[in-house]
Structure formats: C-alpha cells, structure tokens
Design a protein around this ligand. Structure first.
Ligand code: GLV
Ligand code: MG
Length: 363
C-alpha cells in the first residue's frame, strides 16, 4: 500500500504535482464529436464556444477502421483551434483494446498541454486508474507538461459499479465519473436496448379498485407509473463521487428526437447531485445548459435563506418553511453552483440577478 504521504507526489520524475482538489469548472454538457468525421470536425470551431466541454471521441461509435483517423483528427483539431474557456477532453479506447496505448502516447505527446481530461471507458477497478495514472505521469514528464491531465471514468460494467468507491478514490487525478447506461445494461444483462432513459415495462401499477376476483374487476383501468431504471446506479455513483471530492455526471441519452425524455433524465440526475451530462447532438446542448444550471427562482430563494440565516446557525421561519443549519448548507450548494456558472455566463448571471431582485421586491 502506498503511504498517504506519497499520494500527492508525482508518479514520474519531472511530472507535474497532482492536484489536491478537483478544480470546479462548468461542465454541464460534455459535447461529443467524432474527429474522424470531417463534416463534424469542421463544425467544432462554431460549437466550441456554446459548450462547457468539447470531447473528441475515439471509442465506441468510431468504427475500427476509423480509429487512427479519429486520433489524428483530434490532434489536428486541437492544434488548429484555441478553445478559450471551453475544456477539451477525449474519450480514449478501452484499456483492453489494441488502440488505448497509442491513444495516450499520441495525444499526450502531441496535444497534452491542451487536454484537460482523459475519459477512460469500461473502468472495472482501481487497477485501471492506477495504470493510466502512472502512464500519464511518464508521458507528461516526457512532454514537459506543466499541469496534470485529469482522469474521468465511465461506470459501465457491473464490476465497475461494485467497485465504484475505490475507482473514485484511486488517484488525485480522478476528476469525475459518468454513467454509461448502454454498456452497463449489456454488462448486467438488463433487458433494455435503449441508451439511458426509462422503459415502459419497468413500472409500478396501482392496486385494483376493489376485491380481486369480483366480476368485471380486472377490466377496470389501473394507473401505471414508469420507474427510473437508473436511479440506484446514479445515486450510488453520486455518493462515491461526493465522498471522494470528485464530480458525477449522467452519460448519454440516445433518443435524440425525444427531447422531453432527455430533459427528464438529465433533471433526475441533476436533482440527485450530478453536475452535467453528455450531449450527443447539438439539440441536447441547450437541454443540458438549462437543466444543469440551477433555476433562477431556486437561486433567489437560496440567497434569501442565506441572508436570513446570518452566521448559519439557529432556526428561522421563511414563508412558513423552517430553515436551520442544514437547510442553509443546502442553499449554499445551489448558490455556489449558480455563482460558478454565472462567472462564465453573463446572460445567466443577469437572469439570477433579475430573479433575486423580483423576489425581494415582492416580499
Ligand atoms: C456509454 O459509453 C454507454 O455505454 O452508455
Ligand atoms: Mg459505453
């Protein structure tokens, strides 16, 4: 076992020191593009300023005969553009594939100083993170990179879920974890062929209206409600991430046309503690932006509670609702997130200010 004292030492001579805290940078949407697709790559300069994170995808959805073109395309795109405040991430191929090693060797050497985060798919345990951790340190040292490239794991195997706490705490490089509902469904042998979202067969049904077996009883309609197939996994992932000071994300929602269900899935994840989701199509960018930015009325309310709570101890009543040391902490969560997002988004900042002013005027 490594001594706790060594945890924050670089894993290679000349590599940058690990971060002590995951820097919070807005990452409401991680926008995927396929760098082997020239049409898509050409749109990158226009899309980059509209998203928090731009991710060059090298793994699934890039066919085997396009893997090298995707890697080269990402290098070319990163070299050709300055993305400003927008983070640049990549999803490398899985560690058991023939491409993962070359992905890391090439990307760190060529564009390591521009890459913020490497997303690693199909992570099963801490050993996968340790492998990437050491390799990144060696490559950073070799390339003279001055700040560590962070690592993001996709939770998409049953073994990964069983080990999610150790994955979250495996390295100071760990930035966050995303749910990968498609691979996870396959790994668990779940019987859904959808990418995220609910399923009409996964439901609860209200009780029959009278005694079972009475004549005509079974013909009376009984309401059903779809349940969330992903609740358990998201909640477990959020706890693992929060316990280790890293960030949880919902992953992909595959039904691009069903923007309503996408918004619902994103919002469930947001309410449970996630900070963002993947956008697979431009139509999902605004959904993620809307959902993962706290609502202006909630932010205004949270500010009112904080104002009223003074030093944060004791109890006060606001509009008939009890506030105390715990609720003020809940409000700080909302306000801190709103402020971090507003710092980069003047339009959002104005919306928050206007909602607060309106609330104060109407009191
Ligand atoms: C994402 O990679 C997924 O498998 O859902
Ligand atoms: Mg996957």
């Amino acid at each position: 076992m490594r001594s706790a004292k060594d945890f924050f030492r670089p894993l290679a001579v000349g590599a940058p020191a690990p971060v002590r805290e995951v820097p919070f940078r807005p990452s409401r949407m991680i926008h995927f593009f396929d760098p082997s697709n020239e049409r898509m790559a050409a749109k990158v300069p226009a899309i980059a300023p509209t998203v928090d994170v731009l991710l060059g995808n090298l793994e699934d959805a890039v066919s085997a005969d396009h893997k090298e073109a995707a890697r080269a395309g990402l290098v070319a795109t990163a070299k050709a553009h300055d993305f400003g405040d927008t983070q640049l991430w990549t999803r490398i191929n899985s560690l058991d594939s023939p491409w993962a090693l070359d992905d890391l060797l090439t990307l760190v050497a060529e564009i390591g100083h521009k890459l913020d985060v490497v997303m690693v798919p199909k992570v099963e345990g801490a050993e996968d993170i340790h492998y990437v951790d050491r390799l990144l340190a060696q490559l950073e040292a070799k390339a003279g990179i001055e700040r560590p490239i962070l690592v993001h794991a996709i939770l998409e195997t049953a073994t990964g879920v069983a080990n999610v706490e150790e994955i979250a705490g495996a390295s100071p490089r760990m930035q966050g974890i995303s749910l990968g509902p498609a691979d996870l469904a396959a790994s668990r042998r779940m019987k859904t062929t959808r990418v995220g979202g609910g399923h009409p067969g996964y439901l609860v049904r209200e009780d029959p209206k009278g005694l079972l077996g009475t004549e005509g009883e079974m013909e009376l309609p009984r309401l059903t409600f779809q349940q969330d197939l992903w609740h358990y996994t998201i909640a477990r992932m959020v706890d693992a991430c929060a316990a280790h000071g890293i960030l949880p994300y919902y992953g992909p929602f595959g039904d691009i046309k069903d923007t309503t269900a996408c918004e619902d899935q994103f919002r469930n994840a947001f309410l449970l503690g996630c900070v963002g989701a993947w956008s697979l199509h431009p139509v999902q960018i605004d959904i993620a932006k809307r959902v993962f930015s706290p609502a202006p009325a909630d932010v205004a309310w949270a500010r009112r509670v904080i104002d009223a709570m003074g030093d944060g101890t004791g109890a006060v009543m606001i509009d008939g609702k009890m506030q105390d040391d715990a609720t003020v902490k809940q409000c700080h969560v909302v306000v801190e997130l709103a402020e971090a997002l507003a710092a980069r988004d003047p339009e959002l900042a104005e919306t928050y200010e206007a909602a607060y002013k309106e609330q104060e005027q109407n009191r």
